[in-house]
Design a protein around this ligand. Structure first.
Ligand code: SF4
Length: 504
């Protein structure tokens, strides 16, 4: 399924392996066409895609699944979830109905199909990952099923050939009272009924929404969604177990294994690349070193912690400096201003020591000196939450990392209270998140609480969509959103922080 210009795989090491020939002997490189918007993902994709498509499509789907998971962690109702997910889906994984007649219909469906199978590979290695993937894919399918055009949905269901029987008129007449009593359908609202083996609809049986007779469940047509969704989950669970068994063979492919490993890691703490647009903040330009104290009120906890430690000790250890310098660079602080910032912050240090031992590292982070990563003069990229959360824990005296992960519960509560989080319920929920290792969920919860009023405003007046308020997975995105929300309706603030001069 992957197109590549060259292969780094040593063909002598595995002379008889050609997956395409073995698994897709007949369908080799075939483009599939998609009649329906919805997909049960029974047929694996067989056409070629590039490695770049392989990765970017998977990341798009991962984003959607992560947002769905965040909705369930936050106990959002199905209606709230549907509303929240509308713009997320249209941004990352749009799927239009046939009636829309847009040109990219087949491309959208292809991306949906392939991305499902790529993540299936990435998330079938352990029982825990399989369960999470199946639960989230089921949520996604249910959401799309609910929203689908009625006629197209019926055609899709018909093509599935699910094993159920329609209840004929004679049987309906005979069982009329029991059917009505079991389903809550009122007289006059009579409708079509279907019967299936009761094991296939445990949800309906448990909630007494179906009539049971001789091992069959009689289900009203309006409950069709439960039936289809249950079938979707059952098939996916079976397919995931099969994929898990085939996985060891994939380890031999040294192009895919690293991508798949990265994807499955990102499932725990979603990864995000730094976007240079995070430094492009309306109303905030030419940040000066002297502004950092004020701006730090909009920093996420990881950076606030570094800032407060720096102010308390007039010093930060190497990894803390690196994490913070890259973040400051990411919000748009120039190299010159960054050097001024550190020089002034290390106020107990002689100028000679600073010039000799510290200045070079700051210039290096900005790409002003050094080779390798700095070759193109851009330096290092600001760290994402994923990177900060997954790096080794800080040692004694170090302050880098994500406090939601690195602090014990008491110290985390104290730190949050210090930055102004007093709400007891929120602190309790944050502790629960942290216990379940949902560090970025805790961070987003704190963000939403701190910006409650502003978020309500932009939602009510429709100026921000749900995609603008999606889950934050990068400290620089946190800052940008916080700044914009706290300065709604203000014009360009121009140069921020006055005109500090470098003290030579
Ligand atoms: Fe910083 Fe991300 Fe941790 Fe929030 S979740 S404190 S932004 S590393």
């Amino acid at each position: 399924m992957i197109r590549h210009d060259y292969s780094r795989v040593d063909t002598k090491r595995r002379p008889n392996i050609d997956y395409k020939k073995r698994q897709f002997a007949k369908a080799e490189f075939q483009q599939q066409s998609y009649d329906h918007r919805l997909n049960f993902y029974t047929l694996p994709p067989t056409a070629e895609i590039t490695l770049e498509e392989f990765e970017t499509w998977a990341i798009s789907r991962l984003k959607v699944l992560s947002e769905l998971e965040a909705c369930s962690f936050r106990n959002r109702s199905p209606e709230e979830t549907a509303e929240y997910m509308t713009s997320i889906l249209s941004k990352h994984l749009p799927l239009h109905s046939n009636s829309s007649r847009i040109q990219s219909l087949q491309d959208e469906r292809r991306k949906d199909h392939y991305s499902h199978f790529i993540l299936r590979l990435a998330f079938s290695s352990t029982e825990d990952l399989r369960r999470r993937f199946s639960r989230l894919e089921t949520m996604l399918f249910r959401l799309r099923f609910r929203d689908d055009d009625f006629k197209e949905r019926q055609e899709f269901v018909k093509d599935l050939n699910l094993e159920w029987e329609e209840v004929d008129e004679d049987e309906k007449r005979e069982l009329k009272d029991q059917l009505m009593a079991a389903s809550g359908v009122r007289k006059g609202d009579e409708q079509e009924w279907i019967k299936v083996d009761w094991e296939r609809v445990p949800e309906l049986v448990e909630q007494r929404r179906a009539f049971l007779k001789r091992g069959k469940a009689y289900v009203p047509q309006r409950e069709q969604q439960s039936l289809v969704v249950a079938d979707f989950t059952k098939r996916l669970d079976e397919a995931l177990s099969l994929t898990a068994r085939a996985l060891p063979r994939l380890d031999e492919d040294d192009r895919l294994a690293p991508i798949l490993a990265h994807l499955s890691q990102s499932f725990n703490s979603p990864d995000a690349a730094y976007s240079s647009s995070d430094a492009d903040i309306e109303g905030l330009s030419a940040i000066r070193a002297g502004a950092i104290d004020t701006l730090s009120k909009s920093f996420p906890l990881c950076m606030q912690n570094l800032h407060m430690t720096l102010r308390a000790n007039s010093h930060l250890k190497h990894y803390g400096r690196l994490q913070y310098t890259l973040f400051l660079k990411g919000i748009g602080l120039s190299l010159e201003e960054c050097i001024i910032f550190w020089r002034k912050s290390f106020k107990l240090m002689t100028d000679d020591k600073f010039q000799k031992e510290y200045k070079y590292n700051i210039r290096h982070a900005y790409g002003d000196v050094g080779g390798d990563a700095n070759r193109r003069g851009r330096g290092y990229t600001p760290y994402s939450c994923h990177k900060i959360i997954t790096e080794p824990l800080p040692g004694p005296g170090q302050s880098h990392g994500c406090p939601y992960r690195t602090f014990n519960p008491e110290n985390l509560t104290a730190l949050l209270q210090r930055v102004g989080v007093q709400d007891r319920d929120l602190l309790k929920t944050v502790r629960e998140d942290v216990q379940k290792q949902r560090y970025h969920v805790a961070c987003n919860r704190v963000f939403e609480h701190a910006h409650k009023k502003e978020i309500k405003k932009v939602k009510d007046d429709g100026t921000w969509s749900a995609a603008d308020l999606d889950t934050i997975v990068h400290p620089n995105a946190y800052f940008k959103r916080s700044w914009l929300l706290k300065h709604l309706g203000e014009g360009n603030a121009g140069m921020v922080g006055g005109g500090d001069k470098m003290e030579e």
